[in-house]
Design a binder for this molecule. Sequence first.
Ligand code: ZN
Ligand code: ZN
Length: 349
Amino acid sequence: MAREGLDALLISTFENRLYISGFSGSAGFLFITDSELILATDSRYTEQASIESKGFTIKRVSSKLDWLIDLIKITGVKRVGFEADDITVNMHHTLVSETNKLNSGQSKKIEMVGTSNIVGDLRQIKTSDEIQILKQVCSITDQAMDTVTPSIVAGMTEQEVSWMLEQAMRNLGGEKMSFDVIVAAGANAALPHHRPDSSIIKSGDSVVIDMGCVYQNYCSDLTRTIVIDQPDDRFLQIYKTVLDAQIHAEAEARPGMSGADIDYLARSIISDAGFGDQFGHSLGHGVGLEVHEQPWISANSKNIIEPGMVFTIEPGIYIPGWGGVRIEDVVVMKETGVELLNKAKKMKI
Ligand code: ZN
Ligand code: ZN
């Protein structure tokens, strides 16, 4: 806040609110100044907030923003930050018009300042407690993958398999999915985010499975590619290229590299094998309270990777009409390189 010259910060994003206050309700705002920690929420959540958010003054409010305008008036703050990536155009309109009313005739004006990533930047580096939870949620996901994949056989539909995986994660303690399970068989696997449908899985198909769940508010994200019965030579060549790219990036990533440097570690191997144009997405993304968050591991990313950051390494090759291969692990950066949080089996080539 000092860096941005803010007297107050309004936090509205679910994950940022949770990270700063511990409050896990679905509605509410934090209003933070250098001397006040206020959590404003409605009657459904005030009791929960007082248990979860020690040190915060809990304010019971309605959906109208009068309480906020009153707080701005009472505390005398002038530069008030809000999360520009989160609030709606309507809410912004209300804030500006209400503060304009307070400003009329005043020499020192109240200013509403759009901010980005103030809390998101803090969330990039995980504490050891957060890493412990992330290890647990990754382990749930690994066990579900390793339990279900051996029972996938020709004749099943993608939807059946996605439901088996979802149940396995829930049975192992996953509280909900972190995103809809992706099961993409045969030519469908050429679409990185194919939605499982009634397509029947056939002998010889490669099947891309990308899934994750939520445990104690933290997300997992894991991809494995398997083959039903016997793989052909083309599959083996593509799978080996993707796996080599992933192993290389996991072995060579170091703190101090940018997201772009780490992306290049894998991308150069895929390009050298002649598949550069078939690896369209970025290598990875941060994982934490959100399944996609900073740091970004992409060709344009300027995020500098530091110890404690948790992110995915997920190279892929996609060939329209044929299919695709993606392999994804979540890793944590340590002082000397990355530690893998996922241990689910990978096909041996
Ligand atoms: Zn994924
Ligand atoms: Zn991912």
